[in-house]
Design a binder for this molecule. Sequence first.
Ligand code: HEC
Ligand code: HEC
Ligand code: HEC
Ligand code: HEC
Length: 163
Amino acid sequence: MRRRLGIAVVLGSGLAVLAGVGLAAVDTSEFVGAGRCLQCHPTAHKAWQGSPHARAHLALSGKQVADPRCTQCHGTAERDLAGVQCESCHGPGRYYAQRHVMKDAVLSRIVGLRDVTEEACRGCHTDAAPTVRAFDHARLWRAIEHGREPRPEPAPAPAKGAL
Ligand code: HEC
Ligand code: HEC
Ligand code: HEC
Ligand code: HEC
């Protein structure tokens, strides 16, 4: 019985982490920065670096760079992380950005990894954003598309008659 309780407590705190997904509610020390993700996701990092999100802080001038009213969408974690970084969308990585955790889809989500839905984009891409074009998720995703590291190609089958 006591053991069951222990498990319930562990699951409970996992849910508390999940419930605290609003960035404002998250302890900023839980963010590790895009440089850490780069170690294992070089292809995604390259795509991100070429995207407007990596430069979102450059749209801000002087005082605006430190103004939470701007950095809530143009920065990450309201601390010294420039631009809209990986963790703005995928969630703070302190507990999931380790190989053994990342390989476990359930565990990594319990400790902070988020599935990034269109809803999450719309949290920043609101009607107030300065754009003449309405938010079109499919079009905008194509512009920032990235994913897992490509798997190595399987060795080609030997050509017929080669044996
Ligand atoms: C030490 C290596 C390592 C680091 C650091 C790391 N990852 Fe991962 N990540 C992996 C591995 C391994 C997988 C398993 C999937 C695969 O084969 O690509 C993975 C999977 C993922 C997935 C898909 C998970 C799923 O279950 O759908 C996302 C999203 C992701 N990583 C984002 C990040 C982000 C964001 C960071 C930085 C905060 C990060 N990773 C840091 C190794 C790492
Ligand atoms: C609710 C989220 C949000 C907030 C808050 C916000 N922005 Fe933005 N901003 C955006 C988005 C999203 C875009 C990109 C719109 C697009 O091109 O689709 C953008 C674009 C911009 C651009 C144009 C960027 C470019 O390269 O063309 C400027 C300049 C800008 N914002 C300045 C600011 C300033 C200054 C503040 C604070 C006073 C601020 N924003 C607050 C979401 C936000
Ligand atoms: C603007 C939001 C956003 C940013 C910034 C972002 N991503 Fe993603 N990422 C997504 C979305 C959306 C998907 C596709 C849906 C999903 O898998 O959750 C995705 C998919 C991925 C995947 C594949 C997930 C899978 O299950 O196959 C990995 C790995 C990943 N991102 C890593 C990164 C890394 C590393 C960075 C930073 C260098 C980054 N992302 C920055 C939104 C973002
Ligand atoms: C944390 C806030 C934030 C989130 C979440 C976010 N964005 Fe952005 N996005 C921005 C800001 C800010 C800019 C403007 C960057 C600049 O030009 O200075 C931007 C710009 C863009 C642009 C380039 C502008 C354009 O209209 O072509 C694309 C594409 C884009 N975002 C796609 C996405 C997609 C797709 C998602 C969800 C997977 C997403 N964004 C989630 C803040 C965000």
